[in-house]
Design a protein around this ligand. Structure first.
Ligand SMILES: Cc1ncc(COP(=O)(O)O)c(C=O)c1O
Length: 508
């Protein structure tokens, strides 16, 4: 069967460099016109038939050989014609464009480790038309864009930016991250962000088939990371003070897990901070059971009131805690720079294993991160962020009280970017999330933050990625959408509320 090809070729987009033709290349406007005409001509010819020579086409189209060659090259890239050196240009065989048969892959691939529905909910931005109350990063106006742009230009001019960085990262950058933790620079590994650090730590520190314990509810990306590492998962309940040590002890006893995933500081999604007493108990349990704790310290720079508690890493001299930091949250998600700290043989193993992954984090990104963290603009940015996020959080809490009757924010977080909203008993959070999306608002369905059935319906509303007017409007729309959700999840009339969309909602 022939795959449908675009033979119209006419939808060219003008831009300062020329024309982005439907042939997928930037060519000048005249070449695009000629490519369009040749495309139609080739379509009327037989497969294998020879096109006129470049000289002949130059004459016919009154264009230079360079322009004709550019037109032919763009058609070659599209598979319309085939150039044979020394012989000429021929209409390409249309059988090349046959529908591919991927059926064999289904049996070759085996079972997917990563739960595709959970993965589908992470990393999607929605469209520009959506109010974004689900995206776990900063709105562009909250990012240190001017500093990043200046540093980007400056760093790109240096040869250092284009050499291969050491696998563990630039020594100066390791030193900067180490200082936050009271660690030695040798304990540090520069990583391409938090998510990669999670998968890497899980894969390197545990054998497939063993168990990772996670507090619950928790970051869905950590669940995916454990799945990608081939680990089994066990959930231990957390409350406003973090993971419950009594339940953690039971789970360690039952599962013999050697890995525990925790967010002790402003946890995603609940905003909980692990209490001082529980920190001591959790570390004692790690010691008793000989387990590692992966400390996901993503929100360290996002304190909204008071100071963030010291990293758990600083309370552990014996190498139980492996701590992960990221600049994706306080700076920009596209920077892809973070750090992992680990002591003892585990640290050694992680540093050796790093080379097997991807050689190094690009030196350019590391240079930019180093410039950012050591500039006087960084503390100024963090201060500005604190105010910007606090105002957004307060506006969101206020609007939730005004627009979502029956919903409750049990813990107004003192840091981070998320609100964990408990819905009225019996509300179907999935139906509400879908109705909100139909109303043009992306929110996080609470079910995605649990391994199994949630104990109560929740949604996660994030205040970092939207402006205050958008937060107010978004929460209002969620409230209106919620009016049409009955306890059994039956939706009615919610499509009347706003722009519909088939996009998966983002949640990170
Ligand atoms: C708790 C938590 N950890 C880690 C990450 C991953 O961050 P990064 O963008 O640095 O990979 C996220 C992102 O949403 C997160 O919420």
């Amino acid at each position: 069967m022939l795959r449908e090809r675009n033979f119209t070729g006419g939808n060219a987009i003008d831009n300062p460099w020329g024309t982005l033709s439907t042939y997928g290349m930037f060519i000048d406007n005249r070449a695009a016109e000629i490519a369009n005409a040749l495309h139609q001509q080739a379509d009327a010819m037989d497969v294998g038939e020879k096109l006129p020579s470049v000289r002949e086409l130059s004459r016919v189209y009154k264009a230079s050989p360079v322009t004709i060659t550019a037109a032919i090259t763009s058609l070659t890239a599209l598979g319309v014609v085939r150039a044979e050196p020394g012989r000429g240009t021929f209409v390409a065989g249309r059988d090349l464009a046959q529908e591919p048969d991927y059926a064999w892959q289904s049996s070759a691939l085996g079972r997917s480790r990563v739960d595709p529905s959970r993965a589908g909910r992470i990393g999607s931005h929605g469209t520009g038309d959506h109010v974004q109350l689900s995206w776990g990063y900063l709105a562009p106006e909250l990012q240190p864009f001017d500093e990043l742009r200046t540093l980007g230009v400056r760093c790109a001019k240096s040869h250092r930016a284009w050499t291969m960085a050491p696998p563990s990262g630039l020594p100066e950058l390791r030193r900067v991250f180490a200082a936050d933790l009271g660690a030695e620079p040798e304990d540090m590994l520069i990583m391409p962000g938090g998510q990669q650090s999670l998968v890497f730590a899980m894969r390197t520190l545990a054998d497939p088939g063993t168990t990772l314990i996670t507090e619950s509810p928790s970051y869905p990306g950590a669940i995916l990371a454990a799945q990608a590492a081939g680990l089994n998962l066990a959930a231990v309940p957390a409350d406003g003070d973090g993971i419950r040590p009594d339940k953690l002890a039971e789970a360690l006893e039952r599962t013999h897990a050697k890995l525990i995933y925790l967010q002790p500081c402003y946890a995603n999604p609940t905003g909980a901070v692990l209490s001082p007493e529980r920190r001591v108990e959790v570390l004692a349990l790690a010691k008793r059971f000989g387990a590692f704790i992966i400390e996901d310290d993503w929100a360290r720079h996002l304190a909204l009131e008071g100071a963030a508690p010291a990293p758990l890493f600083t309370q552990d001299p014996d190498g139980h805690v492996v701590s992960i930091a990221t600049l994706s949250k306080p700076a920009a998600p596209g920077l892809r720079v973070g750090a992992l700290a680990a002591r003892g043989p585990a640290g050694e193993r992680l540093r050796r294993a790093r080379i097997a992954e991807d050689m190094c984090v690009p030196a350019l990104a590391q240079e930019i991160a180093l410039g950012l963290l050591t500039s006087s603009a960084w503390p100024r940015h963090i201060k500005r962020l604190r105010t910007g996020l606090r105002d957004r959080r307060d506006a969101m809490v206020h609007q939730i009280h005004a627009s979502l009757p029956g919903a409750r924010v049990a813990n107004v977080p003192t840091g981070g970017i998320h609100l964990w909203v408990k819905l009225a008993e019996g509300t179907d959070s999935t139906a509400l999330t879908a109705a909100a999306q139909d109303a043009g608002v992306l929110i996080g369905d609470g079910k995605g933050y649990y391994l199994d059935e949630p104990p109560a319906p929740h949604i996660r509303l994030s205040f970092g990625a939207a402006s205050i007017p958008d937060i107010e409007e978004g929460v209002r729309r969620v409230g209106s959408a919620g009016q049409y959700i009955s306890p059994t999840g039956i939706r009615a009339a919610s499509r009347l509320l706003g722009p519909g969309s088939g996009q998966a909602h983002a949640s990170s």
